[in-house]
Design a protein around this ligand. Structure first.
Ligand code: HEC
Length: 101
């Protein structure tokens, strides 16, 4: 029984990597200021994806901003630095945000 559950979890995980990244974003506290579909304190990830989808180097720029924070792009409210996120995690989150349909 336990083994079956584990297998189910593993196969679901590989079928839906987007869920895994949502889980990472939730674990890293991103979702307390962001949502995928609507603005919260920060912009929705859908809006972020639409803004940068076609711009070169966006993943790197967003990964830096996720780690260091910043202000002035979406409004007056700044995003504080997210020091709980490693560089690899920031890149993974940036790519996930950019892939929002
Ligand atoms: C305390 C609230 C808060 C938290 C926590 C937070 N953000 Fe933000 N985020 C914001 C705000 C506010 C902005 C808009 C900043 C601006 O206008 O430049 C923003 C902007 C962004 C942007 C767009 C940056 C740009 O230059 O267009 C991305 C991508 C982003 N956040 C991802 C994340 C991720 C990933 C996390 C989790 C590691 C996270 N945020 C955590 C508030 C937050």
């Amino acid at each position: 029984m336990k083994k079956a559950l584990l297998l189910l979890t593993l196969s679901l995980g590989s079928l839906a990597p987007a869920w895994a990244d949502l889980a990472l974003a939730t674990a890293k506290n991103c979702m307390s200021c962001h949502a995928v579909e609507r603005k919260v304190l920060g912009p929705s990830f859908k809006d972020v994806a639409a803004k940068y989808r076609d711009s070169k180097g966006a993943a790197d720029a967003l990964a830096q901003k996720i780690m260091k924070g910043g202000a002035g792009v979406w409004g007056a409210v700044p995003m504080p630095a997210n020091t709980q996120v490693s560089e690899a995690e920031a890149r993974k989150l940036a790519l996930w945000v950019l892939a929002t349909p």
